[in-house]
Design a binder for this molecule. Structure first.
Ligand SMILES: [Zn+2]
Length: 79
């Protein structure tokens, strides 16, 4: 992960400079509101861990849950 730039507080991905708000467009709806945990988790599983890393779904779901548990948006909240 790149240091310095703003990172999405939901998924941790670096965001384009000039982005307003705390969350990237992958974690928000058309109005900029944060999606549900379930939806963010599903996107992370399918796009990142299965899509990019080629993990099987079961493994990807665990990896995504672990990744989200460290994010400010999901601390102590939905699980
Ligand atoms: Zn995000």
């Amino acid at each position: 992960m790149m240091m310095g730039g703003p990172a999405c507080e939901s998924c941790g991905r670096p965001m384009m400079s000039g982005t307003s708000g705390k969350y990237c467009e992958g974690c928000t709806d058309a109005r900029g509101a944060l999606l549900t945990y379930k939806e963010v988790h599903r996107r992370l599983v399918e796009r990142e861990f299965m899509g990019r890393n080629g993990m099987p779904r079961e493994q990807a779901e665990v990896a995504a849950r672990n990744a989200l548990s460290r994010m400010p948006a999901w601390q102590g909240g939905a699980r």
